[in-house]
Write a protein that binds this ligand. Structure first.
Ligand code: ASP
Length: 459
């Protein structure tokens, strides 16, 4: 007999079905036991005569197979609280597929009040919670819709390396020692920035990826060491082409995945960086005009400055990254007054948070070289770090630009979750630990020897 999903069983009154799932709860009513069985599609009540073997032993979270007849409940027994409340299953046989220890915490409620470290230690149980099931479902729907939308717009999804070369994108790299080349290291990508630009040189024209990015930054509540971006790059476009693509994509995502939400203004307002800074003293203003939790105030902030003063040492740093293109009329200022140069850089802002950012790229090698010089890179450094890009740009490079949108942050906002860990399947704690498997963890002496590394205790 084939398995029927619980949601479908609810539509099968009068038929015999086989369901599989977890025991959500059970109540002893004299001669019968009422059990609520849960699978990925829903919850249904099962009535088990006590004479069936083993049924009296069954406890919450045990995994069962139940065969029985779906019956309409009498009017006065209908349960409006669950979608299947019109029916129940009268069990004919119950098979225990696996027993379960009593879970260390409640799985049915929202779970916000439970110690988060315990929830993360037992993440596989925490994921059974309806709220997290919903969050992961919505996450999937957003990924799926982005893939469909962009595919229809002629984009190709291309995956790029995780073992990559250290790139200067502003944050600290996670590094991976190479066993074959002792003393050399891969770096986990802070973003696929250089690869996606190489794909433009490679003639792909329209690239996207749901990309994992890694940044070894100081811990912050709304940051994770690894996070997921919708990463996009396009050739032969103006800034406005990217902005309108993104606003149309996000309109579809909101309409189809979050129909309860309302976009405050469409097209999203385009606001100049200078104006926004003057008016709100922030480059990510909260533009909501009502306090409704379903209001989404998107905006693009455009025309960012190209450079800012470094905080740690003297000199200039890029506001976005060095590949960003200075605005055409400001090119003369590059050498004279870098602080005044504006860039083709834009951020996507939502309800006071930055959820994305990108830029048109400098594609003329000599201009890229000039930018590197403003940033104080020495000739050899430029060759070592960016030689491959400068070389590639000598073989026919299309004008191009792109954007990356932080999907974890976006999801947390639209799901009204205060914490991005609530929308990430296996997040790390604020202190960077993954408590279920216990990462990071020491490796064996043999592993250390193999990569020819020695551990140096704090001096
Ligand atoms: N790579 C950039 C980032 O991760 C986004 C971009 O410029 O496309 O912020």
């Amino acid at each position: 007999m084939k398995r029927t999903l619980i949601a479908e069983a609810a539509e099968s009154a009068g038929q015999q079905v086989k369901i599989n799932g977890w025991v959500n709860g059970c109540r002893d009513h004299g001669g019968v036991i009422f059990m609520d069985i849960r699978d990925r599609s829903g919850i249904i009540q099962v009535v088990c005569p006590k004479k069936l073997p083993q049924v009296e032993l069954i406890r919450p979270e045990w995994v069962l197979e139940v065969v029985g007849q779906v019956n309409k409940r009498p009017e006065n027994m209908v349960n409006d609280k669950i979608d299947t409340g019109q029916v129940e299953i009268k069990a004919e046989s119950v098979t225990v597929l696996s027993a379960a220890e009593t879970p260390p915490f409640d799985l049915k409620e929202e779970g916000y009040e439970i110690n988060e470290e315990i929830r993360l230690r037992y993440r596989y149980l925490d994921l059974r919670r309806p709220r997290l099931q919903r969050n992961l479902t919505r996450r999937h729907q957003v990924f799926n819709l982005a893939r469909q939308f962009l595919s229809q717009e002629g984009f190709r999804e291309v995956d790029t390396p995780i073992l990559a070369r250290s790139t200067p994108e502003g944050a600290r790299d996670f590094v991976v020692p190479s066993r074959s080349y002792p003393g050399s290291f891969y770096a986990l990508p802070q973003s696929p920035q250089q690869y996606k630009q190489m794909l433009m040189v490679g003639g792909l024209e329209r690239y996207f990826q749901i990309a994992r990015c890694f940044r070894d930054e100081d811990f912050r509540a709304d940051r994770q060491a690894e996070f997921t971006q919708l990463d996009i790059e396009m050739s032969f476009i103006e800034q406005e082409d990217i902005l309108s693509l993104i606003e149309n994509l996000f309109r579809q995502i909101v309409e189809q995945v979050f129909p309860e939400k309302r976009i405050q203004q469409f097209p999203f307002p385009r606001l100049f960086y200078d104006d926004v800074m003057q008016k709100y003293q922030s480059d990510r203003p909260d533009l909501r005009t009502s306090s409704d939790p379903n209001e989404l105030a998107f905006a693009f902030v455009i025309d960012f400055p190209m450079f800012e003063q470094q905080t740690e040492r003297k000199g200039w740093a890029p506001v976005h990254h060095p590949f960003t293109r200075p605005q055409t009329e400001d090119i003369d200022l590059l050498k004279k007054d870098p602080g005044k140069v504006k860039a083709f850089q834009y951020d996507l802002v939502l309800n006071g948070s930055e959820v994305g950012g990108g830029s048109l790229r400098t594609y003329r090698p000599e201009m890229l070289q000039a930018v590197f010089e403003v940033l104080g890179h020495k000739e050899q450094e430029i060759k070592d770090n960016f030689g491959h890009l400068l070389e590639a740009f000598q073989y026919g490079v299309p004008p191009h630009g792109g954007i990356a949108v932080g999907l974890d942050r976006f999801l947390a906002m639209v799901l009204n979750e205060k914490n991005i860990r609530e929308v990430i399947p296996f997040p790390k704690t604020e202190a960077g630990r993954e408590l279920m498997t216990g990462a990071p963890a020491p490796i064996t002496d043999d592993q250390m020897r193999e990569i020819k590394l020695e551990f140096q205790k704090d001096q």
